[in-house]
Design a protein around this ligand. Structure first.
Ligand SMILES: Nc1nc2c(ncn2[C@@H]2O[C@H](COP(=O)(O)OP(=O)(O)OP(=O)(O)O)[C@@H](O)[C@H]2O)c(=O)[nH]1
Ligand SMILES: [Mg+2]
Length: 400
């Protein structure tokens, strides 16, 4: 416990002060932590006094960047720190924590070395044909397939991690008065959007975030789509159309207590080939709507009924990500450069497999194998370049 005083020796706070001697700190350098009483005024005053004494605020990601430069974290783990800070759900935080463990780099490096070994064996047999026998074709094929399968699993885990981080956009669309805003409110559990019996109540799009199974959804309520709208409503309808074009999943809401309207009909036809859930609402008034839908997930019920809401959540999960629970407990690719390098490596491994199957001579494998090794090097950091480092640390919006 220490008294913190400003440049005038005026006491600001009594604080817990921790000194971490290098290299046993987060950054690997000498480091001091001040644990202050929570008041924003005290925090502001201590920062001001520290600045007056000659310190400065950290740049975005600077602590983590220094940790990386001092060998405390690999690049993949450094990027996971930003993901932990940004995580919106426990599943997303758990996935990011798995990456902080940092075995991904080791796993990718091991795969890269397996491909390099195949390359070396090929090169040796080409350079010294008399002394070194050509590797056995079946053994090479088995090794390449095994590496390819592991890369595919890593890519899939990466996609799941991305889903937990970035979520899915879902647009609620349908004719006026169908219960779209009521549905947004029910999913949120609060009266966010205005609901009324007057068709054309919602004019502008409203976006909110909701978690389903730890996946963040951006849910967008839109103006009811119909012809003969007034000028302002028409602008809202245009926005609704744009939102529905951009959304990854559509939630088409219809009034199930009435026969299908013309606008309902045309919305169903226009969205037939999109990932969608069709919801016949107002079943408490009786359901007369006959949905002849073969290609989609349909729910009949009412926004006022908890069972219907649960069925809708499950239906959205099914359409958006197949419905299974997503838990990424293993280290996985997560940064943009890792996704592109992984896709590149997989394409190259596919090329290698195609050459193997075509029966062409084994030395034809070398160029694609070289490219796969280089692509994996971008993930393991064995082939890292300057811009890539800047890209990772620029993602931080705070000093950490
Ligand atoms: N009986 C019954 N009424 C409902 C149900 N869902 C919504 N309503 C009523 O239907 C009316 C329209 O609901 P809204 O949620 O405003 O409909 P909307 O689709 O957002 O309408 P616009 O914004 O005009 O496009 C309101 O009076 C709601 O209370 C339901 O399941 N059962
Ligand atoms: Mg509305």
């Amino acid at each position: 416990m220490r008294s913190l005083r400003d440049e005038e020796h005026e006491r600001i706070d009594d604080a817990l002060v921790l000194f971490f001697a290098a290299p046993h700190s987060y950054t690997g350098e000498d480091l001091v932590e001040f644990h202050l009483h929570g008041s924003p005024a005290i925090v502001r005053e201590v920062l001001r006094a520290a600045m007056a004494a000659g310190s400065r605020m950290a740049n975005a990601g600077e602590f983590t960047q220094r940790a990386f430069l001092n060998g405390k974290l690999d690049l993949h783990a450094a990027s996971a720190v930003a993901d932990i800070i940004d995580a919106e759900s426990r599943s997303a935080a758990r996935a990011a924590l798995a990456n902080l463990g940092g075995t991904l780099v080791g796993e990718v490096r091991a795969l890269r070395e397996r491909l390099s070994r195949v390359l070396e064996e090929l090169a040796a047999s080409i350079d010294y044909p008399d002394e070194v026998a050509e590797p056995e074709r079946g053994a090479v094929a088995r090794e390449i397939t095994a590496v390819g399968v592991t890369l595919a699993a890593m890519q899939r885990d990466g996609e799941r991690g991305r889903l937990l981080r970035e979520g899915v956009s879902v647009a609620i669309i349908g004719p006026p008065n169908a219960g779209k805003s009521s549905l947004l409110n029910a999913l949120l559990g609060e009266e966010r959007a205005i609901v009324s019996e007057i068709p054309g109540t919602t004019r502008d799009t409203i976006e909110e975030r909701v978690l389903i199974d730890g996946v963040p959804l951006r849910i967008i309520d839109t103006a009811g789509i119909r012809d003969h709208a007034d000028r302002i409503e028409a602008i809202g309808i245009e926005r609704a159309r744009r939102a529905s074009e951009q959304a990854e999943v559509l939630l088409v809401v219809l009034d199930g207590s009435e026969p299908l309207s013309d606008s309902g009909q045309s919305i169903l036809a226009a969205t037939a080939h999109r990932p969608r859930v069709v919801f016949a609402n107002k079943a408490d008034r009786g359901n007369v709507l006959e949905l002849a839908l073969d290609d989609c997930v349909a729910v009949v019920g009412s926004v006022r009924d908890a069972t219907t809401l649960e069925a809708l959540r499950r239906a959205i999960a099914r359409v958006a990500w197949g419905g299974e629970r997503i838990d990424v407990a293993r280290p996985h690719i997560s940064a943009a450069h890792e996704f592109s390098a992984m896709a590149q490596a997989r394409r190259n491994v596919d090329e290698v497999e195609a050459v193997l199957q075509s029966g062409e001579p084994l030395d034809m494998l070398a160029p694609a194998l070289h490219r796969a090794v280089a692509a994996l090097g971008k993930i393991s950091g064995d082939d890292a370049v300057e811009e890539l480092l800047d890209g990772v640390f620029a993602r931080f919006c705070i000093g950490k």
